[in-house]
Design a protein around this ligand. Structure first.
Ligand code: ZN
Ligand code: ZN
Length: 449
């Protein structure tokens, strides 16, 4: 591989001759790796922290959800730039909730598409299939022109992008690779399993050996974190597995970054029942409207809602409220402000500025709940029967802190620091991952080796 450089979304990416791998551990509250290191289950990461790597306080993008953050990492920019602010938006024309997993919703080209256009080889592996079409934009799916013209272009078909969930269905035409089941020596995992994430990492090691991609993104699923607290046996087993594969990637000479899409918090009462504010009911009752039907007046969009609701019942800590015509926005805002369990109520234009989000996809009011409280629509809408264990979820500012490790000794990146809306400082964002792993590492590799 020859050194290369390309720019996308206002940022330059310069490559050294080492392959770059970014691992996104879904729902990786920092306590998970801290507990696993303390229990002696992550020897590679422990050594990295002690002597041969760097780690900085880091934040994810808001809302602290999977798709907005994966696309932030994939584009190097927050949701205000790439437009993906949740799994669903309300289509103002039809009044229906629309799944936002199609590349047509993406407003910025990905780093992957730009790298492929620059002649670099790219591989992207995601656990759940729901992300694969967005991540494949411009690679194996139509996507925005990586040169920045703003128009949709046909896929370059130069990269690899597939999900562990549908690994057995991968084709050269759709995914840039076939026979994935032979490449990875594992059975096809269930969608709700630790193995779904292991499959991604195992595939990453094999791809690095056999295809030597210049740039690789491996993104996991938070099935384990939704069900298991940090330090539990199951959580430690999962992190030991991650440590094993990260060490294998490191051994093969890759620049490895480990980060996360968001944290994870317990959002239940002492009796194990979820602690939920049913926002649509409360807002409708404030407005003097019936509160428990879809046509009750206001409409609450919970952007965590997705087709895989088994582990969170569509309960997270972020909501957008669409008010009926004529409703007094300021009065609803004032009534919700200070309510126990709620940290933030903003006019959406203020929330868009504060959180770097796309205003035209946010409704009238934006509400965030605290670390221990979830937001719902109305009771009957949520099927909580599938919640087998007390609710753990994410979406708000309680899940902003995420890990950021790189297997190189580097000075802290500059120009990436920020103060979070909750006042906490961070040195980097998860969406700096590819920039730090390429440009930053490339510039500093010589100096520190
Ligand atoms: Zn996630
Ligand atoms: Zn989740």
């Amino acid at each position: 591989m020859s050194p290369a450089e390309f720019s996308v979304n206002g940022r330059s990416y310069a490559f050294s001759d080492a392959p770059v791998v970014v691992i996104c551990i879904d729902g990786s509250e920092p306590a998970y790796h801290e507990e696993a290191i303390a229990a002696g289950r992550m020897p590679w990461l422990k050594e990295l922290v002690a002597s041969r790597g760097s780690s900085w306080p880091a934040h994810c993008a808001v809302p602290t959800l999977t798709n907005p953050n994966n696309m932030s990492i994939a584009t190097g920019r927050p949701p205000a730039v790439h437009g993906i602010c949740g799994n669903y938006i309300l289509d103002p024309e039809t009044g229906e909730e629309v799944l936002m997993n199609d590349p047509k919703f993406l407003r910025a080209p990905t780093i992957f598409a730009a790298a492929a256009a620059a002649g670099l080889s790219v591989a992207v592996v995601t656990a759940k299939d729901k992300l694969s079409r967005l991540l494949a934009a411009g690679l194996t799916q139509p996507g925005l022109d990586p040169a920045g013209s703003g128009s949709m272009v046909e896929p370059s078909n130069k990269g690899i992008c597939f999900s562990a969930e549908k690994a057995n269905e991968a084709t050269l035409e759709r995914n840039g690779i076939e026979s994935v089941m032979e490449l990875v020596d594992m059975d096809l995992p269930g969608v709700y399993s630790a193995e779904l994430s292991e499959f991604v990492l195992a595939a990453g090691v094999r791809l690095l050996e056999q295809r030597t991609p210049d740039l690789m993104y491996l993104t996991l699923t938070d099935y384990i974190q939704h069900k298991n607290a940090p330090g539990t046996e199951t959580a430690n087993d999962f992190y030991a597995m991650i440590d094993h594969y990260a060490a294998e990637l490191d051994k093969r000479g890759a620049v490895v970054v480990i980060t996360a899409d968001h944290g994870m918090s317990p959002k239940h009462q002492d009796d194990g029942k979820p602690r939920v504010i049913y926002l649509e009911e409360e807002v409708n009752s404030l407005l003097g409207l019936a509160g428990d039907t879809p046509d009750g007046g206001s409409r609450v969009i919970l952007p965590i809602t997705d087709p895989y609701t088994v582990h969170h019942g569509a309960l997270g800590s972020f909501a957008n409220i669409f008010l009926p015509p004529g409703a007094d926005r300021a009065a609803v805002l004032a009534a919700l402000k200070g309510r126990e369990g709620i940290t933030d109520v903003h006019l959406s234009e203020d929330a868009a500025k504060l959180f770097d989000m796309p205003l035209d996809r946010m409704g009238h009011l934006t509400v965030l709940s605290d670390k221990h409280t979830a937001l719902g629509r109305y009771r009957a809408w949520h099927d909580l029967n599938n919640l087998e264990v007390p609710l753990r979820s994410h979406g708000g500012l309680g899940e902003l802190n995420i890990p950021f490790f790189i297997n190189r000794v580097l000075p802290a990146p500059t120009g990436t620091a920020g103060t979070a809306p909750n006042g906490e400082r961070a040195v980097a964002h998860n969406y700096d991952a590819f920039w730090v792993a390429t440009t930053h590492a490339a510039l500093n590799l010589v100096a520190v080796s």
